[in-house]
Design a protein around this ligand. Structure first.
Ligand SMILES: [Fe+2]
Length: 276
């Protein structure tokens, strides 16, 4: 039993955790409890967490080594805390469902997103459970997918940025540092051992070993399948809310419906392992 109250968002995934103050360093016992809740619910939410960027970083660091993002603005003195700021002049370009950074050989374990400035309405985020989506497929299709690998590509995921004026020049180092990678189409979560679909519409280009038309048709079916309402939860942000998702077994998508209002988040990303 946890000392906290849980409010689940959907049967597939998502739970709000009430009664915890994240300003205080986590005890080993609380860390173990939170890890367990993350494995069970795949994305956790915390309301009204008045934490500083340093406390945000320290919280994330309890779960593993942190990443830095040289290409994104960061909080001064805290290279691990990325600033995501969208307004009239700088709309979000992320429109599609994805698992973060699957173009890397070791995609992130997860991320902690802390709301700084929210529109009065809009700017919600959706998450989808890849274990629920996998379990929702027929046995025959599951068996086929268990045998397949897929290619994931930075260049594909950032094709619009690359096509923009000066985009290729700006991203050429990132492009060279991130050649396409192959991952299993279904990965086994390293801690829960649950299987989850591991292809996403933003970064996955093809299923290896299939004909191009077969690959395209099957990927399109899966990309649509993961958005089915029964696999999804929707989080309505409030100022100082914090979301912590397990990137190994979920996808997410922001809803860009708040223009011309402003939305500002801080994000810390935790290193992951090689999908198997
Ligand atoms: Fe993302």
């Amino acid at each position: 039993m946890t000392p906290w109250t849980l409010h689940r968002l959907s049967p597939a995934l998502g739970a709000e955790v009430h009664g915890i103050d994240l300003r205080h360093p986590l005890s080993d016992e609380d860390l173990a409890l939170l890890r367990g809740l993350l494995l069970e619910h795949q994305v956790l939410f915390f309301r009204d967490q008045d934490i500083t960027p340093a406390q945000h970083r320290d919280l994330a660091a309890r779960f593993g080594p942190l990443q830095t993002h040289p290409a994104y603005p960061t909080v001064p003195g805290l290279p691990e805390v990325t600033i995501l700021h969208n307004d009239r002049d700088n709309p979000s370009r992320i429109e599609a469902w994805h698992t973060d950074m699957t173009f890397r050989p070791r995609p992130p374990l997860g991320a902690l997103l802390h709301a700084q400035l929210m529109p009065p309405v809009g700017g919600d985020t959706l998450w989808s459970s890849m274990s629920a989506a996998f379990e929702g497929l027929s046995d025959r299709l599951q068996r086929l997918l268990l045998d397949l690998h897929a290619e994931h590509s930075f260049a594909y995921g950032f094709k619009e940025s690359l096509a923009a004026p000066g985009g290729h020049e700006r991203l050429k180092d990132a492009l060279a540092a991130n050649p396409p990678v192959h991952h299993p189409a279904v990965r086994t979560h390293p801690e829960s051992q649950r299987r989850g679909l591991f292809v996403n519409s933003t970064f996955t280009t093809r299923l290896l070993g299939l004909k191009e038309r077969e690959s395209r048709a099957l990927l399109n079916l899966l990309f649509e399948h993961v958005t089915a309402p029964e696999y999804v939860c929707r989080f309505r942000w409030t100022p100082k809310a914090l979301a912590f998702w397990d990137n190994r077994i979920t996808q997410h998508v922001p809803i860009n419906d708040y223009w011309p209002a402003e939305r500002k988040m801080h994000r810390v990303v935790i290193d992951g392992d090689t999908p198997r």
